[in-house]
Design a binder for this molecule. Structure first.
Ligand SMILES: *Cc1c(COP(=O)(O)O)cnc(C)c1O
Length: 436
């Protein structure tokens, strides 16, 4: 077992627990837990090892999460489960940069993961913790990328994945992955919170390990996305890291990564963070503006289903990251997200709707002078373009509507056209398209 511990982040608690304790929040005060900081490292030796492992054939070295294992609470690699996650591309996108009003823009594309989202970076560590604890079953309440990822990693590890779904609230693309990867999928006639309460009661009785968003081991895995980004930038700290915010686990992980890498001596400073939420599902934006008490959104609405979250569990960690990095929280409308997504598509890159909130938000922040045109900006694309093909088809054919039924204007529409099997007609069509 690792010498690291689980720490309660509650300001008046500060309790510590062994890394092998099966707890998800503090048993004393119910606050979130986090894994304590990694042991001191030789910076140059670690940088060299992290790079050289990519040339190795060992699965734990080829993984873009486990090759950074000095940052993770695992001393040996015997219990880990990996599907060669991470090692994702950092892509230049001049067209998107122009759209946002910036000189340059980089996309760190987490959609290039085995199940198509950054959830894999966290799940490889969460599922490995389940193995280390000797659990046989893992569970989550989710219809989205978490369930797709958990199903894959649990099955790969020989664990039984169990997914609980709120009744009648199904996202087919992602559910399809969960079924294909072998998850036992249980629909319960209750809402998310009621099901979560039920599962938390059952888990200790049935020996089920929970891999919901609060799980601190998932956060550990997601930290490596930032280590890898810094490596790709030659350890130059970007001015801005921009990401969509739902449950706010990812911003918490990214902030923790930078905090630890700075105190270990890898980097001299922190970037600024911008979290972008969909306008109809923006409790964190509201809190950022008004402070005081945190007010959940009772009926969150957005077509960007991965960030349709009204009561994000990790907000206390997330606000800490925003405050210590002089960060900002912005919103984007359904129209802005849809257009930004089409522009990312036109770059030949593509992403799912939640990911496109980044470009929409950057464009607003650049127009407001918050982000400077010449700054080094990295947007994290969280999910793959094929996660939500229905949205894409509707957008390009002018059939996409907001949750309240307003039509979304397809400003970057690319409609399929029909033609008769006639060479002259098709040649004329191409001619017109070229001049266009
Ligand atoms: C989970 C997810 C998000 C939201 O991340 P949080 O950590 O919950 O804030 C955004 N985009 C995609 C594609 C996701 O799967």
């Amino acid at each position: 077992m690792s010498t690291q511990e689980l720490l309660c982040i509650g300001p008046e608690c500060g309790a510590r627990f062994p890394i092998g304790e099966v707890i998800y929040t503090c048993p004393r005060c119910q606050s979130l837990l986090e894994v304590s900081a990694p042991a001191p490292l030789d910076v140059e030796a670690a940088r060299r090892a992290w790079r050289e492992r990519r040339l190795s054939d060992a699965p734990e070295d080829r993984s873009g999460v486990w090759r950074f294992r000095e940052l993770l609470p695992f001393d040996d690699m015997r219990h880990i489960v990996t599907l060669a996650e991470g090692n994702t591309a950092l892509l230049e996108a001049p067209r998107a940069a122009r759209y946002a009003g910036l000189d340059a823009l980089l996309f760190k594309h987490q959609g290039f993961n085995p199940t198509g989202s950054f959830k894999d970076n966290g799940m490889t560590v969460g599922a490995s913790q389940a193995l280390r604890l000797g659990m046989k079953t893992v569970a989550c309440v989710s219809t989205g990328n978490t369930s797709a990822s958990m199903a894959a990693y649990a099955s790969a590890a020989g664990l039984l994945p169990v997914i609980f779904l709120p009744h009648g609230n199904i996202s087919y693309g992602k559910l399809a992955q969960a079924l294909e990867y072998g998850a036992l999928t249980i629909q319960v006639e209750a809402n998310f919170d009621e099901i979560l309460r039920l599962v938390r009661e059952l888990a200790p009785k049935l020996g089920i390990y929970l891999l919901n968003s609060v799980n601190p081991f998932r956060i550990e895995g997601q930290k490596t996305i930032m280590a890898e980004l810094l490596e790709q930038l030659g350890w130059r700290v970007p001015d801005w890291v921009v990401l969509p915010g739902g449950n706010l686990g990812n911003i918490s992980a990214f902030g923790k990564a930078f905090r630890e890498l700075r105190s270990l001596g890898f980097i001299p400073r922190l970037p600024r963070f911008a979290v972008i939420q969909a306008e109809g599902s923006a409790p964190f934006h509201d809190y950022f503006r008004r402070r005081g008490e945190f007010h959940p959104v009772a009926k969150p609405e957005t077509l960007a289903t991965a960030i349709r979250i009204g009561d994000p569990v990790s907000w206390p960690k997330a606000i800490q990251v925003i405050d210590e990095t002089n960060g900002v929280v912005e919103t984007a409308t359904e129209q802005e997200i849809a257009d930004a997504k089409a522009v990312i598509g036109q770059c030949g890159i593509g992403c799912e709707p939640a990911s496109a909130a980044t470009l929409a938000g950057i464009r607003k922040l650049a127009a407001a002078g918050v982000i400077g045109a010449g700054e080094l900006v990295v947007a994290v694309l969280t999910g793959h373009v094929l996660k939500d093909p229905d949205y894409i088809y509707r957008y390009h054919t002018g059939q996409l509507e907001t949750p309240s039924g307003a039509r979304i204007e397809p400003r970057f529409a690319n409609q399929p056209v029909t033609a008769r099997p006639d060479a002259g007609e098709i040649a004329a069509l191409l001619e017109r398209y070229h001049r266009h």
